[in-house]
Design a binder for this molecule. Sequence first.
Ligand code: ZN
Length: 316
Amino acid sequence: MAKHTAGIHHITAFVRSAQATADFYAGVLGLRLVKKTINFDAPEVYHLYFGDEIGSPGTIITFFPWAHSRKGKIGGGQVGVTTYAVPEGALPFWAERLERLGVSFHRTERFGEQYLQLEDRDGLQLELVERMAGSLSNWSFGGIPADKAIKGFGGAVLYSTSPRETMRVLEQVMGLEKTAEEGDIIRFKATGDLGNLIDIKTSLQSYSAGGAGTVHHIAWRAQDDTDHEAWRQHVQASGLQPTPIVDRQYFNAIYFREPGGILFEIATDPPGFARDEEKDELGSRLMLPEWYEPRRAEIERNLEPFVVRELEEDKK
Ligand code: ZN
């Protein structure tokens, strides 16, 4: 049976510094740190989640900050650009803000939409675009009023080593619909109202290397555990090789590499980030899964302390 994802659940990237990442994603972009935990597969590394006020699926970018990380190279087999949606009419506010904060950006256009393209402190490629779809954020931080705040992902631009194969997976496995083509970009649409427009570059991409400033994987949404199990069977029946279901505390996950080299995950919407912290305390302390609690003191000693703070420029 055909299945259709609602769109992006989260995007996960490598960076070097937890503090620089908090200063950029909370300080500059105004997102909320909704969870401070560790990489469950490498407990000496943080896993930081930034999103809207509750970390709704479709708004979450996550990071593994590792000071010794080599610099990665963006290229084929990765998410090339992560797209954020801002409310209609908010782009001039963002252009003015980025200018004032000394964050360089350039303007570009595709499919009739204006984009501001910028990089984070590690060179991860981001862009802002106005979108009507998606509800307004309820989170206001650092002088960004909620009616200008990032709503969540608009989508992403995929750089594939085999665009034709990746497009086949987007359509036939993930259930996206091809909607437009312009130059070397083909646009696909998922059923949700955030994280739903996926562009893929069809031109030849340079080689890539994982490391700071690159995306590790893109996760797609499953409704619940029952739907997730059905997704796993569906992916397997499509000839791809999903991992067993992994418990990530805030969602369940499966992973598989699509033939164009991009690591895909499918993650459940529930239970979400309020499962172990009150909504108004999200992200305020280091949360560990119970199997790591006995090692809390040792784990905390190994992590670089950081704070979520307003930028000095926003206090003036
Ligand atoms: Zn993930």
